[in-house]
Design a protein. Structure first.
Length: 247
């Protein structure tokens, strides 16, 4: 039987980068989802501590944009305290980058060298590391093209290994124990939301020279398979959470 009455706070940065295909499996697992904007409605210290699960979502900001968006510092500090307590935490794209910084890692810009684009936007499969123990959920993504949408790379702290990679992005995923998972790519992406993403990121897409027609075609081709594989990944990760947070 799934656990019940567990609060999941989904911390977002732009409203269209939401839980996507992850929303339904979270609800089936017994989580009651509450969306909060990281800057407009930040979490209080007790919320960082008491939530059964915190999912930190993506967005166009960078982990180093604290001077322009001072509330990012409080978000990183909240993540640092939550992760130190070993509490279930999932980070996606920007969320994964903020988690990495909270754990003592750093973020670097992708370099436009050796044919590697400065922005990684579009569909491509992952090179998933050999699975072991709590890392097994990533097996669901082997051979499945996923959606990439970033210009920064995660450099995880010492002692935390990369679990997946693509050319130009050595760390596409990492795990801190059984309780924390960071995903640089968008495993949660639901294909019906594509036009919201294209409109919301119009300036970024134009600057990166992304072919929107090709992105639409690739989304139609790969979107459904990603939704299924992403949900399988999430289910496997939730099932492996320790203690009472296990679904």
């Amino acid at each position: 039987m799934p656990a019940t009455n567990m609060k999941c706070i989904a911390l977002y940065h732009v409203c269209f980068e939401d839980l996507g295909s992850f929303a339904a499996p979270l609800e089936r697992a017994g989580y009651q989802v509450e969306y909060r904007h990281a800057g407009a409605t930040p979490l209080a210290p007790d919320e960082w501590r008491d939530a059964a699960l915190v999912v930190v979502l993506g967005g166009p900001l960078g982990a180093g944009d604290v001077a322009a968006y001072p509330w990012l510092a409080a978000e990183i500090d909240g993540l640092r305290q939550r992760l130190a307590l070993g509490l279930p935490t999932l980070g996606i794209c920007l969320g994964a980058q903020l988690m990495a910084v909270a754990l003592g890692g750093r973020i670097e810009r992708r370099g436009a060298a050796d044919g590697i684009a400065a922005m990684e936007i579009g569909w491509a499969p992952l090179d998933v590391a050999k699975a072991a123990g709590p890392l097994d959920p990533l097996d669901a993504l082997r051979g499945i093209p996923v959606l990439h949408w970033h210009g920064d790379n995660i450099v995880p702290p010492a002692g935390i290994a990369s679990l997946a990679a693509t050319p130009g992005t050595p760390c596409q995923a990492f795990s801190a124990g059984r309780h924390a998972l960071g995903l640089q790519f968008h495993a949660e992406f639901a294909q019906h939301a594509l036009e919201e993403w294209l409109a919301g990121h119009a300036v970024e897409l134009a600057r990166a020279g992304v072919d929107l027609a090709a992105l639409r075609r690739d989304t139609a081709r790969h979107g459904r398979a990603l939704e299924q594989a992403g949900q399988a990944l999430l289910h496997g990760w939730l099932a492996g959470l320790p203690g009472e947070s296990r679904a």
